[in-house]
Design a protein around this ligand. Structure first.
Ligand code: FAD
Length: 332
């Protein structure tokens, strides 16, 4: 493969409802940082796919896109991983970017690797850092062994070099007044054809503060013990105008069905001003996701729980006593 034919950075920009998700805007900021190291002639291209998405061009330019490739068609009105992945791969095949960045979201985790397979290249998933080495190689840093070890990944022989990153790890950058060149591209996409049938679309209408925007996060772990206990945590989060986060066991127990609120290596990285964790032991898989939190408060009945090693305030107590007292006081 002649790698010299590949230039620039593509950022797949995901939409939810009527907006571009924060994770994608953060990745545009990350691409702008990489551009500074690769040279100012590097073009950052936002790739947006949907049935009514050209309206987002201004937002994408304002967050760093020099160019926007708009793939717009009715067939993208309902999310289908096969269509979206094939479209993303065809855009890369046409424009030949050196790097493709995708958010490590539920959709991104389907679209990114599928597109990588179509393009016969590799993909570094869940990167915690991206950089350009002095020799010009694109460095993709991923955690291993629960975040205890960081591995450097390079993709020297194949293009594009693809990487995914979770929300909250990169910073958005605002480029006031910036405009982007727009190109419409509508490749032939067949996906898996009629092997996939969309039966019904159920919108999530629950109104909750999202983890990425929350200034305060109430997190619960296996120590919460029951669904009734979990409901108390949700109540506390509401009273504090915060969001609820969970550990893997709390999710596995089914106390919350919201997988996107799992914090840690395989979940999201969070940056609230305040994190209050109840009944959480402090496994590295979880704590690597709370490093960006301002103040960490932990409640655990075990005085030796590892979570206390990374906490600013440590409360050795049964979680329920503290939550009940807070709910009572806040309800006043
Ligand atoms: C590849 C891999 C990826 C993973 N990714 C993630 C991830 O992204 N996020 C994640 O969270 N986990 C992840 N895990 C799981 C992780 O290793 C831990 O098992 C998990 O974080 C532990 O969750 P926990 O603290 O809720 O449960 P436990 O470790 O069981 O801890 C429960 C805690 O509650 C305390 N407790 C019990 N009762 C009470 C009470 N009444 N009052 C106060 N405290 C009480 C206990 O003292 C204990 O410290 C991953 C694991 C693997 C192998």
């Amino acid at each position: 493969m002649d790698t010299s034919l590949y230039k620039g950075i593509h950022v797949y920009c995901e939409t939810k409802g009527d907006r571009v998700i924060d994770n994608s805007l953060e990745l545009l900021g990350e691409a702008a940082m990489l551009k500074e190291k690769m040279g100012q002639d590097t073009v950052v291209t936002a790739v947006i796919i949907g049935d009514d998405v050209e309206k987002h061009v201004e937002t994408l330019a304002r967050h760093g896109a020099d160019k926007v490739v708009v793939v717009e068609d009715e067939k993208y009105s309902v999310y289908r991983p096969d269509y979206y992945a094939e479209a993303l791969a065809k855009v890369a095949d046409e424009y030949k970017p050196e790097i493709v960045l995708v958010g490590a979201t539920h959709k991104g985790e389907e679209i990114g690797p599928t597109a990588a397979k179509i393009l016969d290249t590799g993909m570094a998933a869940h990167c915690v850092e991206l950089n350009i080495r002095e020799d010009g190689e694109f460095l993709q840093v991923v955690p291993a062994f629960g975040g205890k070890v960081l591995g450097d990944i390079l993709c020297p022989k194949h293009r594009p070099q693809m990487a995914s990153m979770k929300a909250g790890l990169a910073d958005k950058v605002i480029f006031e007044g910036k405009e982007a060149e727009v190109e419409r591209f509508n490749p032939e996409v067949t996906g898996y054809g009629d092997k996939i049938e969309v039966i019904e679309v159920i919108e999530d209408t629950t109104e909750r503060v999202s983890l990425s925007n929350a200034e305060l996060i109430v997190a619960g772990g296996f120590g919460i013990g029951t669904q009734e206990g979990w409901d108390k945590l949700e109540k506390l989060a509401k009273l504090l105008h915060g969001a609820t986060g969970c550990t893997r066991p709390a999710l596995d127990e089914g106390w919350t069905e919201r997988e996107e609120t799992m914090v840690g290596t395989s979940g999201v990285a969070i940056k609230p001003k305040v994190y209050i964790g109840f009944g959480i032991s402090g496994a590295a898989h979880h704590t690597c996701g709370i490093k960006g939190a301002g103040t960490i408060i932990s409640v655990n009945r075990d005085k030796d729980a590892p979570i206390f090693d990374v906490s600013d305030y440590k409360v050795v107590s049964d979680w329920e006593k503290i939550v009940d007292a807070l709910i009572e006081k806040l309800s006043e």
